[in-house]
Design a protein around this ligand. Sequence first.
Ligand SMILES: [Fe+2]
Length: 280
Amino acid sequence: MNEHDKCYINLTRYPIHTDGPERDAILARVRDDLDRDGCAVLKGFLTDEGVKALTQEADGVADMGHKSFSRTNAYFSKDDPNLPVDDPRRQFFARSNAFIAADNFAKAGALRSVHDFEGFDAFIQACLQEENFFRYADPLADVIVNMAGEGNGFPWHFDTNNFTVTLAIQNAEAGGAFEYAPGIREGSENFDEVKRVLDGTSDKVTVLELEPGDLQLFRGRYSLHRVAPLKGSRPRYVAIFSYVAEPDMVGSPERTEQLYGKTLPIHWERSGRRADAYLD
Ligand SMILES: [Fe+2]
């Protein structure tokens, strides 16, 4: 993209493409937030026009979303009947949403114009200070949109990956706050406090209201988190940008089928090697 193309990133507020004190100040703030509680938000990362364009694009491919349902505990582990019945590892919640695969987003479209903006990847890498940092090479999953409505959602869980990079596009009519307990299992599993979060009696939960256009960086391996139940008929859209620690990685055929309802030849060709990166 050159400077005459439409840019949907608010570069006045976030000059991510230009080295200098403004970019340095943003990086310092983001790193500080990530260090402190594993979460950093760049409010209004998109322009209003950008929010409109990405929403329209998501609306246009919403029918392509692949729905998936599961019942999971916070650890994505199997039930263990040897544990007490009120152990947090035995609390299972319904998880359901839809993923719109990356191949629905055209090169010239709004979402990819953000992802492919010069300096975007380097800026995210600099925020996260990850040494080994590559765009996911999976043509179905490098950038996707998660879609969820009333009755769907992401119940409490810990992530299996080190970080997530998400961009809020559209909120449901109500609900949908991002709730997290920063560092709750840093150092130990801390099952007692985890149990209180699941019961709704913990005072360790931070509630974050994300608005369309907000970019969020989150380290969820040690911080229990969820999206509060959604209300209303309008779907919630969130774009997820995926980066991994090795070049040329794609998802396993099984995981890809589960998330997107299809696979491509590349998933099978590569399935002989370790090539999995979980979205959450
Ligand atoms: Fe997560």
